[in-house]
Design a binder for this molecule. Structure first.
Ligand SMILES: [Zn+2]
Length: 476
């Protein structure tokens, strides 16, 4: 139940509804690639500064990262917020597919709702700031602007560079079709490019003078596909060949980009080492050379039972996002573009979480049961690395319709609509209230750390080489 001293801080979010919505809308319109979120980071940093936060622009090796804080001493409560967009997902806020900037086909769009993630975390930080400023609670609130989540770069580098070393608890959220605590573990991952170098030659006249870098990539991929049978069943290996060659030239340059995923870091490391041997073999077979560009890696998410309880209680007390009749009408109309997934997700709601959503297009209740509780979900997130250095927890807030596909034009439309903004305001309140309760009851922070130590069975090692710099040009 909400106490009266808590409900008054909801006003900190409500009174800024227009400003927060405008900020989110701005970030949605900028729609910048990961590590290039210059305008988005500036808009967020400027806003936090106007709210009285001490703002650091650029964190460690990442220029578009932000660390903004208010208050002093421990506990230090951190909110993690993103603002990177996805390639080729430009879209208007309408219920049919229509680019907002058709003249720019490669334009990025917020097809994962990160405009709302970042600003939701800003709202939470402001709510807690107000409580600290009023002398209601003691401690520090921090907003971490975390670039390039989609490419799993930002937080992993920030963790390696020590950005979270004095944080007591971290919280974050993601847009979803459902409302609830999010208990999934996700997979560890390495993202690596192998660049092969050969000798160019006329493909018909002098092929014997050439050495094909594309042949090397093809042989490496063949060997990786044979290796696939002999790795653990839950290992995932995906690749994309990068070659701008034509059939009439023996290509001297060709690259292949691999992702390796597995529930445990040890398995990723083993498969990665085997894959490097595949590259060596391919180079030997084709008389080419190669070098490795290690882009990033990330770790699995370590849930925290104590923060889970705190956040789920705060969520139930706050309630689901406040949707308008227009939001429901928008969701009903756009759902015509994903009828199968709508039916499946309604089934999941009923069978897994006991919520009858048969006539719903937007989820307007908070689930009692933890979503994907301790499951190894197939994707990866850089929140994982934060969760290995500080007790961390995330919630899902409905910022999209039931059944809305992820990374899609529909998602870009939702993220720029009132549905997305309603989820952002809700997330701000749930995370703000959770932070308030942690500062009111510092023994919960200690319990969160006890649980952290219990769950962490092996010491955390960054998946990144110590001297690796982020590739600021890397956008996909
Ligand atoms: Zn996302």
């Amino acid at each position: 139940m909400i106490k009266s001293n808590e409900s008054k801080y909801f006003a900190a979010v409500d009174s800024r509804e227009a400003a927060l919505t405008e900020l989110s809308q701005k970030v949605w319109e900028y729609a910048e690639p990961g590590l290039q979120e210059k305008q988005s980071a500036k808009a967020i940093a400027d806003y936090l500064e106007s709210e009285g936060f001490r703002v650091q622009r650029g964190v460690g090796t990442i220029p578009t990262a932000i660390c903004a804080e208010y208050g002093s001493g421990h506990p230090v409560i951190a909110y993690l917020g993103e603002y990177d967009a996805l390639a080729r997902l430009d879209q208007k806020v309408v219920t049919h597919k229509e680019a907002a900037h058709p003249e720019e086909p490669d334009r990025y769009g917020h097809g994962c709702g990160h405009n709302n993630l970042g600003v939701g975390a800003v709202g939470a930080a402001i709510m807690l700031k107000e409580a600290i400023a009023a002398g209601e609670v003691k401690g520090t609130v921090r907003f971490y602007g975390c670039p390039a989540e989609e490419t799993l770069v930002g937080k992993v580098f920030m963790v390696r560079d020590g950005a979270f070393k004095d944080v007591d608890c971290a919280m974050t959220w993601h847009s979803h079709a459902y409302n609830g605590a999010w208990g999934a573990c996700y997979t560890c991952m390495n993202s690596v490019k192998f660049h092969f170098h050969g000798i160019a030659a006329h493909a018909a006249g002098h092929p014997f003078d050439g050495r094909s870098a594309l042949d090397a990539v093809e042989l490496m991929n063949v060997s990786a596909n044979y290796m696939r049978e002999h790795v653990k069943p839950d290992v995932r290996i995906h690749y994309a060949t990068i070659c701008s060659c034509a059939p009439n030239v023996v290509p001297d340059e060709c690259s292949v980009w691999y992702y390796i995923r597995a529930p445990k870091r040890k398995d990723v490391d083993e498969v990665y080492s085997w894959l490097c041997d595949c590259a060596k073999g391919a180079a030997l077979m084709t008389q080419t050379t190669f070098d490795i560009e290690f882009l990033t890696g990330c770790s699995e998410v370590m849930p925290n039972d104590v923060l889970e309880k705190v956040m789920l209680e705060a969520y139930k007390d706050t309630g689901a996002p406040k949707f308008t009749p227009e939001d429901y009408a928008f969701a009903k109309e756009i759902a015509e573009t994903y009828p199968e997934v709508l039916a499946r997700d309604r089934r999941v709601m009923k069978e897994e979480y006991g919520v009858n959503g048969d006539d719903k297009f937007l989820c307007d209740v908070v689930f009692d049961k933890v979503i994907e509780d301790r499951l190894v979900a197939p994707g990866s997130t850089d929140v994982g690395d934060v969760s290995h250095v500080v007790p961390t927890y995330q919630i899902y807030v409905a910022g999209q319709g039931i059944g809305c596909p992820g990374h899609s034009w529909q998602m870009t439309a939702y993220s720029g609509s009132h549905v997305g903004f309603a989820s952002m305001l809700c997330a701000a309140k749930v995370m703000g209230l959770s932070g308030l309760r942690l500062l009111e009851n510092p023994e919960l922070v200690k319990e969160a750390w006890d649980n952290f130590h219990k769950n962490q069975t092996e010491p955390y090692v960054s998946p990144l080489p110590a001297d690796l710099l982020p590739n600021l040009e890397q956008t996909n």
